[in-house]
Write a protein that binds this ligand. Structure first.
Ligand code: OOG
Ligand code: MG
Length: 280
């Protein structure tokens, strides 16, 4: 920001003022967040932000945060994070190749065995995940031992995705700004991670009893623990910490599948039981 003699006049000029880089930037972030947030609430897709705006990753994360701030202002609470593109299956499916994260609020949580109303979503998909329950604060560079010690529980989980972009097509900055396509999630019973080898658990997705996907937790960065370690690093970079009681979704082990109305989905993992949801 330039400090000029007529600075006071410039500040009162507000929205019409040009040449004030930071303020323009903040307005742009707020406007893009508004576009995505309103699209989600109105069940409408929007054009990719990068079609018209030069968006670097840093600005994309600021848009993501601003979207969540709007949700928090409406009464939602931040309850965790979701990791994205931690498996090759997902990178290949979506055509991007960087690990990202999004933020989870309590409004996205589906109670175990609950019913999810897809009427509020645009083009939902579902994918199998491993979830961690945080027991003690995590942020920054941590070792696998520190990661295990901070975990209060591990569970099989599912994530429901919904892109606010047409045809589920986006570039990396677009999907970051759109909170990594987050829409909903659920998990089963929490298990004590001590002594559990998470590196190669078989995962199964069934829709109405028919197996639609199989995979292994090995697909998630070789071991979902690595995803938790990455989450702690991203938290520090975002000036956040993973707090006790928060949930961390480690990322999908398989490609995501279209989620129709009126079906029963069961996701199971060897040794961790299952998580179930019915759609309507
Ligand atoms: C972006 C979210 C990716 C995962 O588990 O890899 C993700 C998307 O696929 O739309 O949640
Ligand atoms: Mg996911």
């Amino acid at each position: 920001m330039t400090d000029t003699a007529d600075g006071a006049t410039e500040r009162t000029a507000g929205a019409t003022h040009v040449g004030d880089g930071e303020a323009t930037d903040a307005r742009l972030v707020a406007a893009l967040a508004g576009t995505l947030d309103e699209a989600g609430r109105g069940r409408r897709t929007v054009a990719r932000l990068t079609d018209t705006t030069d968006l670097d990753l840093d600005t994309a994360y600021r848009v993501q945060r601003a979207v969540i701030d709007r949700r928090v202002a409406r009464g939602e609470a931040l309850i965790g994070v979701k990791m994205g593109f931690t498996s090759r299956a997902k990178m290949v499916q979506m055509g991007v190749d960087d690990v990202i994260w999004g933020l989870l609020t309590d409004a996205m949580l589906v109670e175990e065995g609950g019913v999810l109303d897809l009427g509020e979503l645009i083009h939902p998909r579902i994918e199998p995940e491993i979830a961690f329950l945080i027991g003690s604060p995590l942020s920054g560079t941590i070792t696998p031992t520190e990661a295990v010690r901070a975990i209060a529980g591990v569970s099989v989980a599912y994530e429901v995705l919904d892109s606010r972009y047409a045809d589920f097509k986006f570039t990396l900055p677009d999907v970051i700004a759109d909170n990594a396509s987050a829409a909903g999630f659920g998990f089963g019973t929490w298990h004590d991670p001590t002594g559990l080898d998470l590196s190669n658990l078989g995962l199964l997705v069934e829709i109405d009893g028919r197996v639609v996907a199989t995979g292994s937790s090995a697909a998630i960065l070789g071991n979902p623990l690595r995803s938790l370690i990455a989450a702690a690093r991203l938290a520090a970079e975002a000036g956040l910490e993973l707090r006790p009681g928060w949930v961390v979704l480690a990322g999908a082990a398989t490609a995501a599948m279209p989620l129709p109305k009126g079906v029963h989905v069961r996701v199971s993992a060897a040794g961790l039981g299952r998580a179930e949801v019915t759609t309507r």
